[in-house]
Write a protein that binds this ligand. Sequence first.
Ligand code: SAM
Ligand code: SF4
Length: 323
Amino acid sequence: MLDQFGRKIDYLRVSITDRCNLRCRYCMPDVASCERHEDILRYEEILRVCRAAVQLGITRFKVTGGEPLVRRGCAAFIERLKAEPGVEQVTMTTNGLLLDQELDALLAAGLDAVNISLDTLDAAKFTAITGWPQPAPEKLRALLRRCCESGLRTKVNCVLLEENREDTAALAALAAEMPVDVRFIELMPIGFGGSMTRVDPDEVLAGLKELWPDLRPTDEKRGNGPAHYYASAALMGRIGFIDAVSHRFCADCNRVRLTSTGQLKPCLCFDSTLDLRALLRGGCTEEELTEALRAAIWQKPRAHRFETIQEITERRTMSQIGG
Ligand code: SAM
Ligand code: SF4
């Protein structure tokens, strides 16, 4: 459907849990208190929301978290979502730690693509950023290769931080080693990200252009999101940037978000949500659910206000929102 500003909304990010096995500094650094199990939407309830979304022309879904793979039954849920009439695409974003053991089930479920978050290939820095005590980057590199070999469209997401500024070349080089797109995400002032120093994505791009002088912008469509991409003859994959703060892309925003507790979030920046859990558990009909969704999407704000800290009303962490 179109919102009040004429934007086509066809993409829903679905968070299935606020729990996570990592403690990324910018997202969920403490053992934050998690939602009670009974407050999290059951898979059946999430499917009802997705069906209503399909009625409004939302055909592409991103399964996220917290860490989606810590919730039992994730692959079976994806299989059911994929089987819903009108659902064209189901993708996932994950930190990858549990993906090796789940990959076959996810492929059988029909997962269309995966984004794996990886902020550094340096094991000690990985631990410093994520709190994960074991050396993970080499395993994740092997996992990326396995995903590519399985035919799954695979991307790497790296949040730009002061800690990994020096690691961007090595991460970008993954796109030379295998057909993955490597995307650099500008830190957003949401949750703990608000108190950390942002790294300028343009500086990172300039550094990468020194390594690959033929790096050029490309208009190829590489997914559902706001990333802009660069190609080089030396790279199999593309280098992407998602720079919501320095290069605002609100005019082209195509998405809304569903938190694990059933709050529909029209914009990342603001705390206003529609309580779909109350509707679902209050016995609403499918029509009522669809109409409530329609009204909330229509009201989607024109743009974020990330540049004016006082105007950011969202107090949830990214792990509670889903990224
Ligand atoms: N656990 C999964 C993962 O890490 O991919 C899915 C959830 S995570 C919240 C989704 C994405 O949000 C990740 O790529 C993560 O790096 C990103 N993210 C978290 N906090 C962020 C922030 N403050 N600014 C920008 N991206 C952020
Ligand atoms: Fe967990 Fe993803 Fe947040 Fe890291 S970014 S703490 S992996 S939810």
